[in-house]
Design a protein around this ligand. Structure first.
Ligand code: SAH
Length: 452
């Protein structure tokens, strides 16, 4: 069914989209995402410190869970992959949608403004991004806020970034604030960096979501949940058993997967009683984050938009590594490559509980088209005469929306306060028996948009 959007959302989109681009809408194009990659063939240089750390740990306490392995490899405060590297872009290990085109972040910016309007234009608006990478998405979202100043100008806007990586947080600070940011004096401060953008939007950095102040917030998490540690479980004749990481007895410099001989705390609690698959991955940490988001939305209002590759509780073994835009063995040379697993949106929906409304998941192609990406492309192409830039624009559009590329593998999932979807109440005393109550404003992106 084709629904007409609230006039306000259409106006927002046309205001943002009728403007010329400040810079190329294409950041770069010829790289791989974490979806379509060939396998790494090159010889691996061992990364002794992480491997040594893991083998010491395993020798001391026995095989470790995949979740512990993933957490150590990715976010160990000294040697973790995310803590030490800038992994995004042509010289890194993978590319993400906000890095492919600014159009992506602009459309998410319009979504945020439209949800802020849908929530009754609260005076305070906290924009919270989990795992902001280079900060490109936040830059593009804030530019939309600048363009819509006449609409959102009355709100007091602040940006809150949850980022575990000191390297990436410095890059984010550079991109968002130039030189207008400063690290906290003490290492254990919950806000470890503060700054402000050129137009005075305050920006704060935290390591954990718990440290972000409460208040009406719109949360963004793009390719964040797939980086959180997963537990892996195997169905056996004796019941569910957890997959663990051990040292290979044949080669002491190599790790291998083993199946725990008896139940572990995780295998006893995390697998659903009616589970039908033979192998499952459960991201307990992702479940906790979604519960925190849901609680905050219930208590303070707001919404969350989660975008990632994933499935609805159907896939089995998705744990994989990426290095230099190629698939990489997850147990080889730990700390030198990204580790990731598809997000189970069915699990996230269960963890969110009934206190919030869950929307989606819908495919990235559907979401971006509903948000008006085609109209935006038409405007950009109309204003662009350079053949190679046109080619790049078309290439990035194709990468984001083509079903065989990112269009169908990536999904958008939303959490909203229930009041956002409630029918507006009729004024007391009005008797309009035959007429239905007006429908709530549709939620942009999750509902098909009609441009008239
Ligand atoms: N959202 C960005 C980056 C995705 S990569 C984009 O789409 O381009 C994952 C991001 O999450 C990185 O910024 C990484 O440092 C951060 N991250 C990974 N694990 C994290 C954790 N446990 N807590 C906070 N940030 C984390």
């Amino acid at each position: 069914m084709r629904l007409c959007f609230g006039v306000k959302t259409q106006q927002l989109i046309s205001r943002v989209f009728s403007r010329p681009v400040n810079r190329s809408a294409v950041r770069w194009r010829a790289a791989q995402t974490r979806l379509a990659c060939s396998s790494s063939t090159g010889e691996e240089k061992p990364r002794p410190s992480m491997l040594r750390h893991l083998t010491f740990k395993i020798k001391a306490t026995g095989p470790i869970t995949v979740a512990e392995y993933m957490r150590e490899v990715l976010t160990n405060p000294v040697t973790g992959y995310y803590v030490r590297n800038d992994m995004l872009g042509p010289d890194g290990d993978f590319i993400t949608s906000p890095e492919i085109s600014q159009i992506f972040g602009e459309l998410l910016g319009v979504w945020i403004v439209s949800e802020w309007i849908g929530a009754g234009r609260p005076k305070q608006l906290q924009l919270v991004e989990l795992g902001p990478g280079k900060g490109s998405l936040a830059v593009d979202v804030l530019r939309v806020f600048g363009q819509l100043r006449s609409i959102v100008g009355g709100a007091s806007l602040s940006l809150h970034l949850v980022e575990v990586s000191p390297v990436l947080s410095r890059l984010q600070a550079q991109n968002l604030t130039g030189s207008r940011s400063r690290e906290a004096d003490a290492e254990d401060e919950p806000v470890y960096r503060r700054g402000e953008t050129a137009v005075g939007v305050p920006v704060s950095w935290y390591r954990r979501l718990e440290d972000v102040p409460t208040g009406f917030s719109i949360f963004l998490a793009h390719e964040f949940f797939d980086a959180l540690p997963i537990h892996k479980f195997q169905r056996t004749q004796k019941g569910w058993r957890e997959v663990m990481v051990d040292i290979d007895p044949e080669k002491s410099e190599q790790l291998r997967f083993v199946v725990a001989p008896s139940p572990t705390p995780a295998s006893s609690t995390l697998v659903q009683a009616d589970e039908r698959r033979g192998h499952v991955e459960v991201c307990a940490e992702g479940g906790v984050v979604v519960q925190q988001l849901a609680r905050r939305i219930v208590e303070d209002g707001g919404a969350a938009l989660i975008a990632d590759y994933g499935h609805d509780g159907t896939k089995t073994d998705t744990f994989r590594g990426f290095k230099s835009h190629r698939l990489h063995d997850v147990l080889s040379s730990p700390g030198s490559a990204d580790l990731t697993a598809d997000v189970d949106f069915g699990f996230l929906r269960r963890m969110a509980g009934g206190g919030v409304a869950c929307l989606g998941p819908v495919t990235q192609q559907t979401f971006l088209k509903n948000m008006g990406i085609d109209s935006r492309m038409q405007v950009l192409l109309r204003n662009c005469s350079d053949a190679s830039t046109r080619q790049q624009l078309i290439g990035s559009y194709d990468m984001l929306t083509n079903g065989a590329k990112m269009g169908e593998r990536f999904h958008f999932f939303g959490l909203l306060h229930h009041s956002r979807l409630a029918k507006p109440t009729r004024p007391e005393g009005l008797k309009l028996e035959k007429k239905k109550s007006p429908a709530p404003l549709p939620v942009a992106g999750f509902t098909e948009l009609s441009f008239s």
